[in-house]
Design a protein around this ligand. Sequence first.
Ligand code: ARG
Ligand code: GLU
Length: 696
Amino acid sequence: MRVLKIIIFFIVLQVSAQQGGMWIPSLLEGMNEDEMRSLGSKLTAKDIYDVNNSSLKDAIGHFNGGCTSEVISPKGLLLTNHHCGFGQIQSHSSLENDYLKDGFWAMSLKDEIPNEGLFVEFIVRIEDVTEAMLMNVTDSMTPREKQSQIDKNRNSVEKNAKKESWQGIKIRPFYKGNQYYLFVTERFEDVRLVGAPPSSIGKFGSDTDNWVWPRHTGDFSIFRIYADKNNRPAKYDKNNVPYKPKHFLPVSLDGIEEGDFTMVFGFPGRTNEYLPAVAIEQITQKVNPSNIAIREAALKVIDANMKADDQIRIQYASKQARIANAWKKWIGENLGIEKSGAIDIKRQFEAEFTKALKAQGKESEYGMLLPEFDRLYKEFESINVKRGKFIEVFLRTNELMQMMLRLAQLEMSARRGEDTFNKARESTINRMKGIHKNYNVEVDKGVFKAVMPLFMPDKVDASIYDRTNFTDLDKTLKVLEGDSENVIAKLNSDIAYQYAKPIIMQFYTNYEPEFQRLNTEINAIQTTYMKALMEVMPGERYFPDANSTLRVTYGKVNGYAPRDAVYYNPVTYLDGVIEKYVPGDYEFDVPQRLRDLYNAKDYGQYADKNGKLPICFLGTNHTTGGNSGSPAIDAQGNLVGLNFDRVWEGTMSDIYYDPEICRNIMVDLRYVLFIIDKYAGAKHLIDEMKLVHPKK
Ligand code: ARG
Ligand code: GLU
C-alpha cells in the first residue's frame, strides 16, 4: 500500500513536471537542464547550445522562414516535412513528372534540383541585448516615444554587433518587449530537392486526418544544402558543393517507447500565453466563431465543387487545404479552452496576482493593469471582429475580393510616384497570374455569395461577377497596361472595383487605424503586465512567447485521454495505414508497393522490437506552427522523430498549455528511413547518415 502510494505520488510529480514552454537555447543552464534531466535527458545545456564548440543547435535550420529543418549527414542532407517542401515539390511537377503524386528521388548529386528563392538559416550565436535596446527608454514616455527610442537603439546595436561579412543579424523582443535578444545568422540559398515520398504517403489522410490523432502520415521531404568551396553560404552555382555542417544529427534505430524523454528543437512562430482572461474570452467567443463561420461557408461551396468536378478538385486542392487548416485549428482551440477551463483558471490566477499586489504594496504601480485590460478589450471587441471578417473575406476566402484589394493597393501606390507604381504593378501582375492559375469563376462566385452576407449583409451583389474584367486573366492584364493615370481610370470604371473600393477604403481609413490605436494601447499594457507578473509572482513558470526564433521544448512520449473512457496510445503502426486504406481515394489511397512491403512484413532494420513498423508518435512537447519539420531528439541527442502537427483537443496550447491534453505529433524516423530505403530504393541516402543504437 505504502509503496503504491509512493509510486502514485511519483507519477503525479512526473506529470506535473511537464508543463510546456518554449525556451531560449542559450539560457538552459540551471532550471531547464535540471528539469530535462528529471525527465530522462542525458544532455547538458552545452550539448544543446555552445558558442565555442559545435552543438545540437548547429544542425537546426529555419526552413524558408516558416518551417524548421535539420541536417542529418556530414554532406548537408536536410530533413523537413512534406508539407514544408510542398511548394518546391509542386513547382518541379508536371503531368509527365508528377512528383506530388509519384514522389521524387535523386539517385545522385547531379539529379538534385535547385530551388529559386528557397533558403535555410542557422543560428551562430545568441546575445542578450536588453540593456542596449532599452537604453534611455523611460516609464514616462508614450508607447510611440518608447518605440522611436528603441528603433534608434536598434541601429546602434546592429552597427556594433560583431559578425563575419557573410553573416546576418536579427534582433527580436522577448517577454512582450521586456527583453531583447540578438541573433547572428548564416543563410544558405542553394538548397536542392533530394527526395519526397508520393503524397499518398507524405500527405496520407490529408485534411480528414489533419490535426487529428491517431495519425499515419509520412510527412517528410529531403533537401541538401550547398555551399561555396570555402563552405560558406552562396547563391546557386553549379560548382557549389555539399555543405559540411558544424554538427549533424545521428539517427537512432532504437526509436522511442511511452515515457521516453524527447526534445523538439526549432522555430515556433507565434503564441500568446500571457493574455488576460478577458482576451481569451474575446478570442474564443467572438473572433474565432466569426472567422470559423466565414471559412465554413467558403469551404461548403469549395468542397461541393471539388466533389463534383475533378478539374476543380485539382485546382482548389491547395487553397482548400489552406482554408481548412486554420478553420479546423480554431474549432479545436475553442473546444480545448472550454474543456480545460482555461478562462476560469486565468481568472483565479488574476485574483492571486491582485492579492500579491496588495501584499507587496504594489497596487499603485500595477493595480490598474487588469481594469485597463477590461476597458480596452471591451472597446476593442467590435473593431477586432470587424477587421477579422474583412481579412477573412478579402484575403483568405474570396478570390475576386482579394484581387480588388491588391488593385486598390496598386492605385494607392501611385501617390508615391510613377516608379513606385511600376514596381507595384509588376508584383500585382504576378499576384493576378497566381490567382488565375487555379481559378474557377463559378466556384468563386459561390464563395462570394456565401461569405459576403456574413461580413456586409446589406452589400451583397453577385451580379458584379457577370460584368467585371477581373474574372478573366487576359482582360485583367489589359487593364494593367499603360501609365498610372490610365490604369487607375480603367480600374475605376470596372464594376467589381467600384463595388469593392469603398469597402477597402473604409478598411484603410477607419478599421485599420482604430485597430492599430487600440492594439498599441493593449500591447503597452501587456508589456507592463508581463513585467509585473515576473516581479510580483516570481515563482511561476515564465517562458517567452514564440516569435519565430530558435527554441527548445521538451517532454515525454505520452498518450492522452480526449474524452471520458477513451485513451489514445502514443504510437501508430503500418497496420493502421492499411486499416485506413481506401482504394483510389484521394486522401486514403495506399501505394501498391507499400502494401506489398506490408504483406511481406519486409521492414528490414526499421521494425520495432515486436516486429511492427512504427509510423507516428505523440509527445508532451509544447509546439506551434513553425515547428513543422523540427527534429524530435532523444535523451542522447539522436534524431528519433520529425514534428508535423498537434492533436485537435490540444491546439489551444498557443494560448494555454494543458499537460493533460496538449500533444505534438511526430513521424517516427524509422518510418522515414524505411520509406527512403525499402520503398524508394534510395539506400545511398541512408549510407550518408550515421545510424546508431543508443539503447543497446
Ligand atoms: N496542421 C499542420 C500544420 O498546421 C499540417 C498542415 C498541412 N496538412 C494539411 N493537411 N493541410 O501546418
Ligand atoms: N503543421 C504545423 C506547421 O506547419 C505544425 C503544427 C502546429 O501548429 O503545431 O508548423
